[in-house]
Design a protein around this ligand. Structure first.
Ligand code: NAD
Length: 479
C-alpha cells in the first residue's frame, strides 16, 4: 500500500521519489510506503494553497460550514474502515478508535463548521470622541498544521478544521509514524467537494518535511502538537520570521486522590486515565498521588484492576491495551522502567514485554504500576508516554500541591475530592491549563485547551482556535 501526498486535490508521488516504510505495530511488519517528501514537495503544496486562498477566503461562512459538515458526515459513514486503519497504523484497539478517535475527528469538522457561523466580530463605540471601532477577523493566508502519532486523525483534524473554517488554506503534515487516516481523509475531502488546493497534505519526516513547512517564509502560522523538544526547536526556527505559533506539547500530569472522593468512580477512571491508548495520551495522569490514610487500600485495589487489563491484538474486542506505536518507543518506555527501578522504584505490577500469540513481533507491554518515594526522580519528572504510572502517598493538601507543581510541565491535572472548598483552592493553584475534578478527559469542544510551562504556548478549542487562525484588525472611524 502506497500512501501519496495530496496536493491541489490530486494524489502525487514525492518529487524525488523517496519513500519511508510504514509499520504495523501489532505485528512489527512493514505494510506500506509513505512519501519522504522534500522541500520541493512542500513548496508545491504551498503554491497550491496560495492559489486556492483568494477564492476560499471569500466563500460565505455558510458554504464553508456546509463543506466541513459534509466531511464530518462522510467520516461517520466510514467509521469502521477509518477505525481499522487507525488501529493498524498506531496499534490502538479498534474499539478505541471506533469510539474515540474517529468520532472525535468527525466532531471536529462538525463543531468548527458550526462555530464559524457564530464567530462574531466586536465593535466598540468610543463615547465622547465621535468614533466607532470595529475589529475584523481576517484569515491569515496559508497556515501549517503538524500533528503527532498518538491520536492521529483526532489531533490532525483538531487543527485543520478550525484553520479551514476561518478561511485559511492549509499545508499539513501528519506524523510519519501514523499517516494512514490523514491519507484517507484526503479522499473524503474530494468527495465533499472541498475546493482543490484548500487542504494539502505532505507526508514525511519531521526533520525534513516538517522543518520545510516551519521554515517556509510565506506560511505565516504554525499549529503544532508534539514533543516539548520539537516545540522548542520550532519556536526558534519560526521566531525570526515572526510566525504565529500554537504549541501543544508534552505533559507529566498529576492525578491527586483524596480520601473523601467517590471511591469506585475514582478507581475506575484512574485505570482509564493511566492506561487509555496504552498510556500514550498527553493528558494521561502518569503521577498518582494518594492521601496517606487510604494509600494501602488504593494500592491493593488499583493493582488488582490493572492486572485484570487484557493486553492483546488491537482487533480483538476484549483487548484493553493494544501495541505501543513503534519498536523504538517500546524500548524507550522499557528504559524508563529500568531507570525507575534504579531510582528505588518498586514494580507493583507489569514491567515486562508481552508476547501475543500469532503476533510475536508486535510491540506489547504490560501496564505497569511503580511505587516510588521521591517526586524528584526521573520517572516522576520526565514524560514516559507509555503504560507506566507511579504512585506515591501524601500527607497534606500542601504537600500534594507542591509535588503536583514541581515539574517543568503544566498540561492537565486531575483532582478527586468531594470537598468544594478544597476543589476551589487547589484548582486555583495547580499549574496546568486544564483541571479535571472527579472526572478525566471530559471534553467540551467550546472550552480552551492547552498547557502552561513546558506544555506549550497558546490555546486551542472553541473560539480560541478561530482567534488563532485569524488576524485581528481594528478599524477606527471618526464621524
Ligand atoms: P514529535 O515532536 O516527535 O513529532 C510531532 C510532529 O512533529 C510529527 O509530525 C513530526 O514529524 C513533526 N516534527 C518533528 N520534528 C520536526 C521539526 N524539526 N520541524 C517540524 N516538524 C517536526 O512528537 P511525537 O513523538 O509524534 O508525539 C508525542 C508527543 O506529543 C508527546 O510529548 C506528547 O505529550 C505530545 N502531545 C501533546 C498533546 C497536547 O495537546 N499537548 C497532544 C498529543 C501529544
Amino acid at each position: 500500500m502506497k500512501i501519496q501526498n495530496y496536493i491541489n486535490g490530486n494524489f502525487e508521488n514525492p518529487i524525488e521519489n523517496n519513500w519511508l516504510d510504514n509499520y504495523n505495530p501489532s505485528n512489527g511488519e512493514v505494510y506500506g510506503l509513505i512519501p519522504n517528501s522534500s522541500k520541493e514537495d512542500v513548496e508545491k503544496a504551498y503554491e497550491s494553497a496560495k492559489s486556492a486562498f483568494l477564492e476560499w477566503s471569500k466563500t460565505t461562512l455558510e458554504e464553508r460550514s456546509r463543506i466541513l459538515i459534509k466531511i464530518s458526515e462522510l467520516l461517520e459513514d466510514n467509521l469502521q474502515s477509518f477505525a481499522e486503519a487507525e488501529s493498524k497504523d498506531n496499534g490502538k484497539p479498534v474499539s478505541l478508535a471506533k469510539t474515540v478517535d474517529i468520532p472525535r475527528a468527525a466532531s471536529n469538522f462538525r463543531f468548527f463548521g458550526n462555530a464559524i457561523t457564530q464567530f462574531a466580530s466586536e465593535s466598540h463605540e468610543s463615547v465622547g470622541q465621535n468614533a466607532i471601532n470595529y475589529t475584523l477577523r481576517q484569515p491569515i493566508g496559508v497556515v501549517g498544521c503538524i500533528s503527532p502519532w498518538n491520536l492521529p486523525l483526532y489531533l490532525f483534524t483538531w487543527k485543520i478544521a478550525p484553520a479551514l473554517a476561518a478561511g485559511n488554506c492549509v499545508v499539513a503534515k501528519p506524523s510519519e509514524i501514523t499517516p494512514m487516516t490523514a491519507y484517507l481523509l484526503s479522499e473524503i475531502c474530494n468527495k465533499a467537494a472541498l475546493p482543490k488546493g484548500v487542504l494539502n497534505i505532505v507526508h514525511g519526516l519531521g526533520k525534513s518535511t516538517g522543518q520545510a513547512i516551519v521554515e517556509h517564509p510565506e506560511i505565516k502560522a504554525i499549529s503544532f502538537t508534539g514533543g516539548t523538544a520539537t516545540g522548542a526547536h520550532i519556536a526558534k526556527v519560526a521566531a525570526p520570521m515572526f510566525k504565529k505559533l500554537s504549541l501543544e506539547l508534552g505533559g507529566k500530569n498529576p492525578n491527586i486522590i483524596f480520601a473523601d472522593c467517590g471511591y469506585d468512580e475514582m478507581l475506575h477512571t484512574t485505570v482509564r486515565s493511566s492506561f487509555a491508548n496504552q498510556g500514550q495520551i498527553c493528558l494521561c495522569g502518569s503521577r498518582i498521588f494518594v492521601e496517606a490514610s487510604m494509600y494501602e487500600k488504593f494500592k491493593k485495589d488499583f493493582v488488582q484492576k490493572v492486572q485484570a487489563l487484557k493486553v492483546g491484538h488491537p482487533s480483538d474486542e476484549n483487548t484493553n491495551i493494544g501495541a505501543l506505536v513503534s519498536k523504538s518507543h517500546l524500548e524507550k518506555v522499557m528504559d524508563y522502567i529500568e531507570i525507575g527501578k534504579n531510582e528505588g522504584g518498586k514494580i507493583l505490577c507489569g514491567g515486562n514485554k508481552v508476547t501475543v500469540k500469532g503476533f510475536e513481533n508486535g510491540y506489547y507491554l504490560e501496564p505497569t504500576v511503580m511505587e516510588i518515594r521521591s517526586d524528584e526522580c526521573r520517572v516522576n519528572q520526565e514524560e514516559i508516554f507509555g503504560p507506566v504510572v507511579t504512585i506515591m502517598p501524601f500527607n497534606s493538601e500542601d504537600e500534594a500541591l507542591q509535588m503536583a507543581n514541581k515539574v517543568k510541565y503544566g498540561l492537565s491535572a486531575t483532582l478527586w475530592t468531594n470537598d468544594l472548598k478544597r476543589t476551589m483552592r487547589m484548582s486555583n493553584q495547580l499549574q496546568a491549563g486544564i483541571v479535571w475534578v472527579n472526572t478525566w478527559m471530559m471534553r467540551d469542544l467550546r472550552t480552551p485547551f492547552g498547557g502552561v510551562k513546558a506544555s506549550g504556548v497558546g490555546r486551542e478549542g472553541g473560539f480560541e482556535a478561530l482567534r488563532f487562525f485569524t488576524e485581528a484588525k481594528n478599524v477606527c472611524i471618526k464621524y
